[in-house]
Design a protein around this ligand. Structure first.
Ligand code: ANZ
Length: 850
């Protein structure tokens, strides 16, 4: 289809771009305002695929857009090149294989593909996170976090895949199984390095409000849920036979009078201790229970439709508000690492507690009357002789809602009953009052709890950044001094990379043996490597000076370019990558190295490219190959077809993407340029006004459309303009009309966002020097934006009684209203009744009157 050779055009312009380097970001001599546009950098597993094509098509459109708007644009590219796939490829390759080979070969292929795609990168700033020149600064960052107490080691139960022999993040565990290999995941106690992201929980949550309107709302919501801040109280309970009290976290301290038992997480130290102080029968039952619990994931444990299980520990707590004795149970619906790993159970008002109470026949006590109104007038509360409020409602009213019978906990708002001094108060007021009373008595205090956990960064793998710490022979753990960084990865040759539970680096004898930097005594290097999310948490800053050997990034450059103005990538990174980058940015702010607290001012999440309705990916074997599609249908056709396929955030089904349609459109656009017969110095004003209106309406709208990422609409409007121009050439103004040239130039300048090769070719055919990619866009002429108007006639009983000048696009309702308001028409109707109105916008309004 089409009459042009897309391959020839691609080759020609790619060579010219490579030679002239027109998309390199300007330095200090460049006085234009700056924009930093960044696509989430790719992982070099195999060649690029259509999912990448979509992402980087949008990135390029945005970068080109800001150049056309007169900005000095920074649009760099790099590779997130550490990680498991390279290591697995090397393992498959057998002895002597090094992940480096696979990684850098793939990167070379990617670079070639991006050139073929016509992406307008600043190629002088390329980075790869697996280069020592890059990961050295991960190690530097680790040291700075360590100094600030933000990097620490602790032992805790982590998700462990017995097959891959490595730690898994929570999100890599799907229904209790390893996301990668499907093996059943177990909990294992390991000592690992963590970054203390929880110290930033409040800031990470509160600062999301600044991003509202600039990031997709869905992503902000996902971040909020992930951080999961709950507000409530810590309440201290005395334990019979134990010196110290136990604290529980509760969002409902108002229900303290309704607590009928206490539950501790079976896998907590507390449960072990309480069981140890009990009879041997209890100890055995507890141990059996713990063994089964340790096989289930947190997600399973929190599932509400799973039958409740647990064991009574034969220990008792004392309710601080009324002295009641509460039996203590261990049950797996309570998690060891949330709050304090223990809860006061209020079965009447908490569903999980109710399910448990019903399963084990424990008492249920209602303390909130959820039938009582909480808004409007506050009910008059009578006081008894001691001045204690009497319950506002009788027991009969609550019978219908009896949680034991219905099995449904009363979680709604209402008025407190059976609760001494709290009686009559609404939930909210009772929470405040309960916290006041607990604080006064020294039994509790206001508290917050978070779902967010500290970031486990140790990995027992080879292909990552070595953790720059040294274990001395006398048991100290000391940082590698800055001047000894980077700690370089050794050669993989000769190393057994197969997963075995400890890092393969431990087997690199020469590498792992070092000396204590303080005493010179023999010592060992930490053999674990960092989670690759560390690499991607600050890479956007490294692009500012990727070869700087003195510092991770120059603060002065960061002040000029950062934060990133437009960050573009997949929604699969909505939580972790963005959260980690936000965290590290805040740490760098606290260190005084950057003057902003959020790394990405605006975020665009593109949908996925699907094939047969499922995500296109290498592991699913349903890739439409990138490399071959650059030749046929060609880069521009692929990019136009993707942009045209629908709104950015929607998923695209590749079968619905018409690259043939895109090819035809590009051929038509090119032919329009070839047919232009006027000189380059025409007087625009002399052109055909109908065609000029179409052109200028596009100039008026295109900026807003791109700013709202409505790329599909921009392509549709370009198609409309190409068709209008064709018509003007063939059957209207003719090829020599100034408006024809004006329209063809507009097409070239705007088409550059999606089809840069074709656009450059058009621009050259139209008689200009390259490159259209850096040409400032035109302004719409306001006089051409005035709406076209037409004359409408108004009839009364078949006779023309008035004429109105109205916009050609007027609605029927509006036209009728104007007709009714017209003085002449009103006189013609007089005081007769209108029995029928026929409106044919924009031409006729016809009234029938009696
Ligand atoms: C008493 C109570 C009464 C509660 C009531 C709720 C309703 P969110 O909102 O998710 O933060 N809880 C505390 N620590 C827990 C743990 N380690 N594992 C499981 N559950 C735990 O939930 C906070 C509530 O979850 C807390 O408030 C506590 O139960 C429970 F009518 O305390 B509540």
């Amino acid at each position: 289809p089409g009459s042009f050779d897309s391959s020839a055009i691609q080759t020609k312009w790619q060579a010219r771009w490579a030679e002239a380097d027109p998309f390199r970001a300007g330095g200090d001599e460049d006085t234009r305002p700056r924009k930093y546009v960044l696509g989430m950098f790719p992982y070099p597993s195999g060649d690029l695929h259509m999912g990448h094509a979509e992402n980087y098509a949008y990135v390029d459109a945005v970068a080109r857009f800001w150049r056309h708007r007169g900005y000095n644009v920074l649009n760099p590219i790099g590779w997130d090149s550490f990680g498991l796939p390279a290591e697995n490829a090397a393992i498959k390759g057998g002895a002597g294989s090094d992940p480096r080979e696979w990684t850098y070969n793939n990167i070379d292929q990617h670079k070639k593909s991006f050139r073929e795609f016509g992406s307008s990168y600043d190629w002088s700033r390329v980075l790869h996170t697996s280069d020592p020149e890059y990961y050295r600064w991960n190690q530097w960052l680790f040291q700075r976090l360590y100094e600030r107490g933000l990097a620490y080691r602790k032992q805790s139960a982590v998700n462990w895949c017995p097959n891959d022999q490595t730690v898994l993040a929570n999100e890599q565990v799907v229904d209790g199984h390893c996301e990668r290999c499907g093996a059943e995941v177990v909990k294992k106690k390991l000592t690992q390095w963590y970054f203390k992201i929880t110290e930033y929980a409040d800031r990470l949550l509160d600062d999301l409000n600044q991003l509202e309107g600039f990031w997709p709302h869905k992503v902000l919501q996902m971040q909020r849920n992930w951080i999961g801040r709950s507000v409530g109280a810590d309440i201290d309970f005395e334990i019979e036979g134990r010196a110290e009290k136990i604290s529980v976290f509760s969002t409902r301290p108002d229900t303290l009078h309704g607590a009928t038992f206490m539950v501790v997480a079976p896998d907590s130290d507390l449960a072990a201790e309480l069981a140890a102080g009990s009879s041997s029968a209890v100890r055995m039952r507890f141990q059996d229970y713990l063994d089964t619990v340790q096989k289930s994931s947190d997600i399973e444990r929190q599932s509400t439709d799973r039958p409740k299980t647990g064991v009574f520990l034969d220990r008792f707590a004392i309710n601080p508000i009324n002295g009641e004795r509460l039996p203590i149970w261990a049950a797996d619906y309570v998690l060891a690492d949330y709050g304090h790993g223990a809860v006061m159970a209020v079965p009447a008002h908490d569903q999980r507690d109710l399910d448990f109470a019903r399963a084990f026949d424990l008492p249920v006590k209602v303390v909130v009357d959820t039938t009582a109104p909480v808004t409007g007038a506050i009910p008059v509360i009578e006081l008894d002789d001691d001045g204690v409020p009497i319950d506002p409602l009788g027991d009969e009213d609550l019978e219908a809602l009896d949680p034991v019978r219905t099995g449904v906990a009363l979680t709604g708002d209402g008025r407190l009953i059976n609760s001494g001094s709290l009686n009559g108060l609404s939930k909210r007021n009772a929470i405040t009052r309960a916290i006041e009373e607990l604080s006064a008595a020294g039994n509790g205090r206001a508290a917050k709890s978070y779902r967010l956990r500290d970031w486990l960064i140790s990995r027992q793998r080879f292909w990552g950044t070595p953790i720059p710490m040294i274990h001395t022979s006398d048991g100290r753990i000391v940082p590698v001094p800055d001047e000894q960084l980077p700690v370089r990865l050794p050669d993989a040759t000769g190393l057994d990379l197969k997963p075995k539970g400890t890092s393969p680096l431990g087997g690199a004898t020469e590498w792992v043996n070092t000396v204590d930097p303080e005493t010179g005594e023999p010592a060992l290097r930490d053999a674990d490597t960092m989670d690759t999310f560390v690499d991607s948490s600050w890479y956007f800053l490294r692009f500012l000076a990727p070869t700087d050997a003195a510092q991770p990034f120059p603060t002065a450059e960061a002040a000029k370019w950062a934060p990133v103005d437009s960050y573009i990538g997949g929604v699969e990174h909505a939580i972790l990558h963005l959260l980690y980058a936000r965290f590290i940015t805040k740490v760098l702010f606290d260190m005084g190295l950057v003057d902003f607290t959020e790394p990405f001012t605006s975020l665009i999440n593109q949908g996925m490219v699907l094939l047969d309705g499922s995500k296109m990916s290498k592991s699913k074997g349903n890739l439409v190959e990138f490399a071959s599609s650059m030749t046929d249908p060609g880069a521009d056709a692929v990019r136009v077809a993707i942009a045209f396929a629908g709104p950015v955030e929607d998923d695209i089904n590749w079968e619905d993407v018409s690259t043939t349609g895109a090819q035809k459109f590009l051929a038509r656009a090119l032919r329009v340029a070839s047919d232009v017969a006027s000189p380059t110095d025409v007087v625009w004003a002399e052109g055909d006004s109908a065609l000029r209106r179409v052109t200028h309406r596009l100039w008026a709208d295109v900026v807003g459309l791109v700013e709202q990422s409505k790329f599909n609409v921009v392509v549709a409007r370009l198609m409309e303009l190409v068709n209008a121009t064709r018509k003007a050439i063939d059957s209207g103004a003719g090829p020599a009309d100034a408006a024809v040239r004006e329209a063809a130039e507009a097409v070239a300048m705007i088409l550059d966002l999606f089809a840069p090769h074709t656009a450059e070719e058009m621009w050259e055919i139209l008689g200009y020097e390259p490159f259209v990619g850096v040409v400032p866009w035109r302004q719409a002429d306001p006089t051409l934006l005035v709406e076209e108007s037409v004359t409408a006639v108004v009839q009364v009983n078949g006779k023309v009684r008035g004429t109105l000048t109205v916009p050609a696009k007027i609605s029927g309702d509006e036209l009728e209203a104007r007709a009714r308001a017209d003085e002449k028409v009103r006189r013609a109707i007089g005081d007769r009744d209108i029995t029928r109105v026929v409106v044919r916008a924009p031409k006729v309004v016809s009234f029938t009157v009696s």
